[in-house]
Structures are given as C-alpha cells and as structure tokens.
Design a protein. Structure first.
Length: 216
C-alpha cells in the first residue's frame, strides 16, 4: 500500500520545503499536469517535474491530464518522471504510448475518468504497469470522493488478479482517513492524497495516519 502526496496542493514558491514536509513518510510524489483543454484547469509542465526531481529521491509519479499525451511523454520522462500516467480518453492509441514509455525506461499508467467503463480498457491492461482510477472528476483538487467508483475498483482488482496481471491500482481523488479504507478494501493499493496532506500542519504525520487507517 503506497501513499503518493499530490503537490498540486503544495506551495509552489517553496517546493523544496514542501517536499521535505512529506519526504519521511511518502512513497512517491504525485504531479498533476493539466493543460486547460482536456480538463478546464491549468497547472504546470515539465519544468516543475524537473524542479521536484532535483529536490527528492522519491519516485516521481506524473499524471497527464492533457490532450494528445503522445506529443509530450518524452519531455516528462526527460524531466525525471519515473511513472507517467495518461488518459485513455485523450488518445487514439494508448498501447503505442505505453510501449514508448517502456522503451524510454519508465512505468506506464493508464488513467480513466469516472464515466469511462472498466470494460473499455480491460483488453489493453496487460500493456500497463498501473491503472489510475479517478474517484473524482479530473481537473481540480479538494473534491469529494465518489463512492460509486468503488465497484469499478473492485472489478479492476478481480480482473487483474484473475488474469495474473502485474498492474497496480491507483485511486485518485477525495482520499482521506475515511475514504482510503473503502478504496483499499475495494482493491486499490496506491493512493493519491492531496488536500488532506497539505492542509495539515504536519503532512508527514497525516501520511502515517493514512497508512495506519488502511491497516486498521
């Protein structure tokens, strides 16, 4: 079970200090890249990934909420991403992108929006290392966890286990001390935690509480 804090909720002007606040407890660092087109919000680009990578030894987990991700993946890999997830809905050839990411030496993640059926992606999951299931509508932090996504997580867990796939399930959106239990019980094993972590005076302590919440 891995906790990956989203720096979308961090103070970008003090990114080194913000990373330090979570470094002792976090497993990965999650970076939400938004282009103002695929999703309505705009965040940051490869330069931020590079800045984060300079300030941490933690794996950098990049979530591309952008149109035409195939045009940008090499830039995010060059910036230091260890895992790059992109949206199934944003491209016509997700397998080609996954293949290219692996050629570039990083893990490939497939992200799906709440309205995208799991059935649409089961046939290509074997090409990926991670399935990112959005538990909020992508584009903004601080949203409420959508409990109706729990059956999708459970179905993904059953499919992956039954087919003996080496694919992690990541839950992203609205994760807190309560919802992380439900997501873990449904079968998720990687959890993106944003506002619950960086709204705290002691983010590392919150990450430890999240891990303890799963164990309990």
């Amino acid at each position: 079970m891995l906790i990956t804090p989203s720096i979308l909720n961090a103070d970008f002007a003090n990114i080194s200090a913000e990373i330090e606040r979570v470094a002792a407890a976090a497993d990965w660092l999650h970076l939400d890249v938004m282009d103002g087109h695929f999703v309505p919000n705009l965040s940051f680009g490869p330069a931020m990934v590079e800045a984060v990578k300079r300030n941490t030894d933690l794996p950098v987990d990049v979530h591309l909420m952008i149109s035409q991700p195939e045009r940008w993946i090499d830039k995010y890999v060059a910036a230091g991403a260890n895992n790059v997830s992109f949206h199934f809905e944003a491209t016509n050839d997700p397998v080609a992108i996954a293949t290219e990411l692996k050629k570039l030496g990083v893990s490939a993640g497939l992200a799906i929006k709440p309205d995208t059926s799991l059935k649409e992606v089961t046939g290509i999951l074997k090409y990926f290392d991670l399935l990112l299931i959005m538990t909020v509508e992508p584009g903004f932090g601080g949203q409420k966890f959508m409990t109706k996504m729990l059956p999708k997580i459970a179905q993904a867990r059953e499919f992956i286990d039954r087919n003996e796939l080496n694919v992690q399930i990541q839950a992203d959106g609205g994760i807190n001390l309560s919802t992380i239990k439900s997501a873990a019980m449904a079968g998720a094993e990687v959890f993106v935690a944003g506002s619950v972590v960086y709204s705290s005076d002691n983010p590392a302590s919150i990450i430890s509480e999240l891990k303890q919440s799963i164990k309990s």
